[in-house]
Design a protein around this ligand. Structure first.
Ligand SMILES: Nc1nc2c(ncn2[C@@H]2O[C@H](COP(=O)(O)OP(=O)(O)OP(=O)(O)O)[C@@H](O)[C@H]2O)c(=O)[nH]1
Ligand SMILES: [Mg+2]
Ligand SMILES: [Zn+2]
Length: 317
């Protein structure tokens, strides 16, 4: 610290600019609370920020340019290009989950019961977003764990990586899958996403507790996304539990492409524009009849595709 500069400047503002370059700083959003964001700067300090202009279009993990406004506070001036974006959508409304992640960890557990339909939707969103997916079965200490593991085997057969563990007793098996990645934990409420974070990040428990006390909600459920560092090149984002996963931004072709087992068969249907709904000569239907595509997965695709058809009809009315 330069004592002379410090002595000459009495206000905090000018002292800050004396050792930070004037003008813009770059940082990463490590927490998003509605319209407020916590931005971590390159020196690991954080600023509580608001945005100028476009509201609600930023996600945890986003890289941004900020300017300081007051002690510990700043204004987000602009968003830097994203490598990936995971989001849900309902009609034209987007719900951003996380930006710049390289892996989506879909957390499931035997209790409460997880819904395969939601797992399918998370996988579709990850595939469509160009993000690797990992299935994480938590709470293996519970007696129902074997049945839950069986329910997940079709996904392993599709080539998805899978890991099973108990966050309460030992989240260790998950660690090698997280190394050198930026992962976001997603899934239904109560699957144990925050428990995993607390088990892996020693200081997280304190912070999570502080936040819920501040909100005075009395609930343990996660209300906003938050990024934690596991080590210098490993980050993990906790996200609020979800009951549904809207995928209104995907059209039929994108949906079909996001079902990995469809990919080698795309282009083999009788009609070039086959939607794989009920068209004759559909290669997906044929593969399903042969037991090569699971009935449940085809049904899951069709439910999504029918929604997409209804949306496009509405648009042309
Ligand atoms: N038996 C058992 N219970 C667990 C385990 N991990 C988490 N739980 C329990 O599951 C419940 C939900 O855990 P959370 O970590 O809050 O779940 P979450 O997925 O973060 O939930 P939301 O924030 O609402 O999305 C808590 O009561 C945990 O104690 C585990 O490995 N074994
Ligand atoms: Mg949580
Ligand atoms: Zn087809």
């Amino acid at each position: 610290m330069n004592r002379r500069v410090r002595d000459k400047t009495s206000s905090h503002e000018s002292r800050v600019t004396s050792h930070a370059p004037p003008g813009r700083l770059e940082g990463r959003i490590v927490a998003s609370y509605g319209r407020r964001y916590l931005v971590e700067l390159e020196d690991s300090s954080t600023l509580e920020c608001v945005t100028r202009g476009k509201r609600g279009a930023l996600a945890c993990g986003d890289r941004v340019r900020v300017v300081r406004s007051a002690r510990g506070q700043g204004v987000i001036e602009s968003l830097l290009p994203r490598e990936t974006l995971l989001y849900r959508s309902y009609r034209a409304r987007q719900k951003l989950i996380a930006a710049n992640v390289t892996q989506v960890v879909i957390v499931v557990a035997p209790v409460p019961t997880f819904h395969e339909d939601l797992v399918d939707r998370c996988l579709v969103a990850a595939e469509a977003g160009g993000i690797a997916a990992l299935l994480a079965l938590n709470k293996t200490d519970l007696p129902q764990a074997a049945a839950a593991a069986r329910a997940l085997t079709p996904y392993r057969d599709l080539g998805y990586r899978m890991v099973a563990f108990s966050a309460k007793s030992d989240p260790g098996p998950l660690l090698p899958h997280l190394k050198r990645r930026t992962s976001v934990l997603v899934g239904q409420s109560g699957m144990g996403k925050s428990t995993i974070i607390n088990a892996l990040v020693p200081e997280a428990a304190v912070r999570v507790a502080e936040i819920s006390a501040a909100l005075d909600s009395g609930r343990q459920t996660t209300t906003h996304a938050r990024l934690f560092h596991l080590d210098a090149d490993t980050d993990i984002i906790d996200s609020p539990g979800m009951q549904e996963f809207g995928l209104d931004h995907l059209d039929i072709a994108e949906l079909a492409e996001a079902f990995v087992e469809f990919r080698p068969r795309l282009g083999s249907c009788r009609f070039n524009d086959c939607r794989h709904l009920a068209e004759p000569g559909c290669a997906m239907a044929a593969a399903c009849a042969d037991g090569k595509i699971l009935k449940r997965r085809l049904a899951s695709y069709r439910a999504l595709a029918e929604e997409a058809v209804r949306r496009s009809r509405k648009r042309w009315k």
